[in-house]
Design a protein around this ligand. Structure first.
Ligand SMILES: O=C(O)CCC(=O)C(=O)O
Length: 251
């Protein structure tokens, strides 16, 4: 669901300033929480194609409760019909001129441990205009209603090389819908929708997005009890995705 103009240009500016401080490495982010989602953990920061900062609000506590978090919480509450809890946040930036800056097809639920109630509202805020040229999100229509999660495999040899999973998508048979957005728009989506994005072919501009995801308090408590915090530094993170990589899993 595209929600146009959730933040104005003036409201986006302070968020972009913090984003850039993370992007330049001025705010320390330990280990794998500062990584590349396309090329894997072996790349140096200056080589990242899809720069990913996991849990920025953990590493910069004054970022918490910003205007976007509050608006996104209200969106999630309205979509869920009940109060949800902010489970994790994430910053993503695709380098300009990087054909390889694609984010592999996946269902978010495949990355997470099994919990009784998987309900999630993910809010994806565009900090820049995004279209097919610079790698806007693309969705597989109807995939949220499929009975089973698609099979996922690690993008690289294993999860020690990168966090990224790839779902099976048949680009000829699946109905793929691009979701171009203007800066300030929010895309709100659920945990089973298959999505990904292509490279950034624009010459000069990064494609930046700020993600916050909301789940029930019970689900978040269960994740934490399993040691799962959405940090790529958790060993529970690698274990959680294993279920979606087995052919017999009926998630
Ligand atoms: O920003 C992107 O290209 C991918 C983001 C994504 O897949 C997500 O937030 O789940």
């Amino acid at each position: 669901m595209r929600l146009p103009g959730v933040l104005t240009e003036a409201e986006l500016e302070p968020l972009r300033e913090v984003f850039e401080r993370f992007k330049r490495g001025e705010i320390p982010v330990p280990g794998r929480d500062f990584c590349d989602m396309a090329g894997g953990y072996r790349l140096a920061a200056e080589e990242f194609a899809v720069l990913n900062v996991m849990l920025p609000r953990l590493y910069l506590p004054e970022f918490r409760d910003n205007l976007y978090e509050r608006r996104a919480a209200a969106i999630a509450r309205q979509l869920a019909g009940t109060e949800l809890v902010l489970d994790y946040d994430q910053l993503l930036a695709k380098r300009p001129g990087a054909e390889d800056a694609s984010f592999a097809w996946h269902q978010d639920l495949a990355y997470w441990p099994l919990t009784p109630d998987p309900f999630t509202v993910t809010c994806w805020l565009a900090l820049d205009n995004a279209d097919e040229d610079n790698g806007c999100l693309r969705f597989v229509a109807g995939s949220h209603a499929e009975e089973r999660l698609r099979r996922h495999r690690p993008l690289h040899a294993d999860r020690e090389e990168s966090h990224t999973l790839v779902a099976e998508v048949d680009e000829a048979r699946d109905r793929i819908v691009a979701a171009p957005v203007r800066r300030g728009d929010v895309l709100a989506f659920r945990e089973r929708i298959l999505h990904g994005s292509g490279g950034n072919r624009s010459a000069a501009s990064w494609r930046r997005a700020y993600v916050v995801a909301f789940r029930t308090a019970d689900t978040v408590a269960r994740e934490r009890a399993l040691g799962f915090t959405h940090s790529h530094n958790d060993s529970a993170g690698a274990r959680a995705a294993v279920a979606a990589m087995r052919p017999d899993t009926s998630l």
